[in-house]
Unconditional design. Structure first.
Ligand SMILES: Cc1ncc(COP(=O)(O)O)c(C=O)c1O
Length: 449
C-alpha cells in the first residue's frame, strides 16, 4: 500500500469532501522551509495561507526550533492545575506586557475555539459572582466565526458551516455584518454613518441588562469571507459595550501577532477589551496553544475563599503545554531579534500595491486588504455583484490551478485570498502575486471552459 492508499484507507480530513480525493491524491507534504512546502518529489509550493493562518516567521525557523528542543530535554508536559513551570509563566508575563494595560491575567487552552469558549464561560460566571445571573445573553456578528465547538458554533454567523448542527446550538443575539461590499443595510460606505450598528444600540438599550458580552473578530471577519471592515465600527462597538456595561470579547485568534500590520488588530482602534482570545500565531504555528487574557476586574470576581465556590472550573489536559509555551517564547524572541514589526509597513504597502491590478479582471468584484491579508471576492457579474453559485465550485478550480503553479490557494467559496507569513520578502510577494495572476486571469480557471 502506498501512503496515498493508506491515507484513503484510514484518514478523514477536516473541511474536506473526501470523494474529491477518490482518484486525485492530496498533496503529500514532506518538509517545509520558510514560505515553501516541499512534496515528496521535491516540487515546491508557496504556503500563501500560512498553513491555516498560523505560521508567522516561516516554517522551520531555527530560533523557535531551538527553544522547543531545549524545552524537550527538560519537561515535555505537565498539568497546570496546582503546578506551574517556567515557559508558561514567562510567556504569560510577555503576553501581558504586549497587550493593553487592562488585561492582567492569562488563561491557557489549546485551540482558538477553546480560547473563545473560555472567555464566554468566564463572562457568564463573572456575572453570577457579581449577583447578576440574568446577564447571560451573548451578542455575536453575522458572518463571524469563532470555532467549531458547539459553544463557538452557537456564536457563529456562517450558516454554510454550521447549519447541519442548528438543533444543538444555544440561542444568542446577532447583529448585522459590517460587510461593506454587500451592505446588509443597503447603504454606501461613504455615507452610511455605520447604520449597521444601529441594531446593536437598540438591542443594548432594550436588553442590555440581560447581556453578558459581545464577541467580535477585530477588523476582519476572516472565515466568514475575509470581510475587512472600518476601524470606526470596532471603536463604536467598544464604546457601546462600555456604555452599557457589557463585556467586550475580542477574538484575535486569526488577527493576533502581526498579521494586520500591528502586533494586535485592536491597536489600530486603540481599544481595550475585557477579554482577548489568542491562538494560531501564538506559537508561530509550531504547536497548538491558545490563551484567553482577562482583566483584573474579571479575575477578582473569581478570587475568593474556596468555600464560596468561585473557582473557574475549566481546563484542558494540555493547558499551558511547556513545549508550546517554549515555541511562543521563541516566536516573541524572533519578533525582537528580527525587528519583525518594523519591517512590516514596507512589505504590507508593497503587497497592497501588487494586488491592485487584480481589480482589472472582470470577475473580481472586490479587493479587501488588511496587513498581510489580501482577499478578492469573485463575482459572476460585476455590476450586479451576482455571486458564483455553490455548485459552480470556482474555488476548487482555483485551488487546483494554484497547485499546478506551485501555490497553496484555498479559497473560501468565492473568496480567493493571501494570508502571508510575516517573514515574506518583496521577491516572494512578486513571485506569489505573479503566479496568482496566471491562475486568476485565465477564464478557464474561473468558468471551467
Ligand atoms: C477568528 C477565529 N476564531 C476562532 C477560530 C477557531 O480556532 P481553532 O480552529 O484553532 O479552533 C478561528 C479559526 O480559524 C478563527 O479564525
Amino acid at each position: 500500500m502506498t501512503l496515498f492508499d493508506k491515507d484513503r484507507a484510514y484518514l478523514w480530513h477536516p473541511y474536506t469532501q473526501m470523494q474529491d480525493y477518490a482518484e486525485r491524491d492530496p498533496l503529500l507534504v514532506d518538509r517545509a522551509q520558510g514560505l515553501l512546502l516541499y512534496d515528496s518529489q521535491g516540487k515546491t509550493y508557496f504556503d500563501t495561507i500560512s498553513s491555516w493562518w498560523c505560521i508567522l516567521h516561516g516554517h522551520n525557523h531555527p530560533t523557535i526550533k531551538a527553544r522547543i528542543h531545549a524545552q524537550l530535554d527538560r519537561l515535555e508536559q505537565v498539568l497546570l492545575a496546582g503546578l506551574t513551570h517556567e515557559p508558561a509563566i514567562l510567556l504569560a508575563e510577555q503576553l501581558i506586557a504586549l497587550t493593553p494595560a487592562k488585561l492582567k491575567k492569562v488563561f491557557y487552552s489549546d485551540n482558538g475555539s477553546t480560547a473563545c469558549e473560555v472567555a464566554v464561560k468566564m463572562s457568564l460566571q463573572y456575572w453570577r459572582h457579581r449577583g447578576r445571573p440574568e446577564r447571560s445573553g451573548l451578542v455575536a456578528v453575522e458572518r463571524g466565526y469563532h470555532g467549531d465547538t458547539i459553544g463557538t458554533m452557537s456564536l457563529g454567523g456562517v450558516p454554510e458551516f454550521h447549519q447541519a448542527f442548528a438543533s444543538l446550538l444555544f440561542k444568542s443575539h446577532r447583529i448585522p455584518s459590517p460587510y461593506c461590499y454587500r451592505c446588509p443595510m443597503l447603504r454606501e460606505p461613504q455615507s452610511c454613518e455605520l447604520a449597521c450598528l444601529a441594531p446593536l444600540r437598540v438591542l443594548l438599550e432594550h436588553e442590555g441588562e440581560r447581556i453578558a458580552a459581545v464577541i467580535i473578530e477585530p477588523l476582519i471577519q476572516a472565515a466568514g469571507g475575509m470581510i475587512v471592515y472600518p476601524t470606526a465600527y470596532l471603536q463604536k462597538v467598544s464604546e457601546l459595550t462600555r456604555q452599557f456595561g457589557v463585556h467586550l470579547i475580542l477574538d484575535e485568534v486569526a488577527t493576533g501577532f502581526g498579521r494586520t500590520g500591528r502586533m494586535f488588530a485592536l491597536e489600530h482602534a486603540g481599544i481595550e477589551p475585557d477579554f482577548l482570545c489568542l491562538s494560531k500565531g501564538l506559537t508561530a504555528g509550531f504547536l497548538p496553544m491558545a490563551a484567553t487574557l482577562a482583566s483584573e476586574e474579571i479575575y477578582l470576581a473569581f478570587y475568593a475563599d474556596y468555600r464560596q465556590n468561585r473557582t473557574f472550573y475549566h481546563g484542558h489536559t494540555f493547558t499551558g503545554n511547556p513545549l508550546a509555551a517554549a515555541a511562543g517564547l521563541g516566536s516573541l524572541q524572533v519578533f525582537a531579534e528580527e525587528q519583525t514589526l518594523g519591517r512590516l509597513p514596507a512589505t504590507v504597502a508593497y503587497l497592497h500595491e501588487r494586488m491592485a491590478r487584480f481589480l482589472d479582471l472582470p470577475w473580481v468584484g472586490d479587493l479587501r486588504q488588511l496587513g498581510l491579508i489580501s482577499a478578492l471576492e469573485l463575482v459572476r457579474d460585476r455590476p450586479t455583484k451576482a455571486p458564483f453559485g455553490f455548485v459552480e465550485r470556482v474555488g476548487w478550480r482555483i485551488y487546483l490551478a494554484g497547485l499546478e503553479k506551485g501555490l497553496i490557494l484555498r479559497p473560501l467559496g468565492n473568496i480567493v485570498y493571501l494570508w502571508l507569513p510575516l517573514s515574506v520578502t518583496i521577491a516572494e510577494i512578486d513571485e506569489i502575486t505573479e503566479r496568482m495572476w496566471l491562475v486568476l486571469s485565465d477564464p478557464k480557471n474561473i468558468y471551467g471552459h
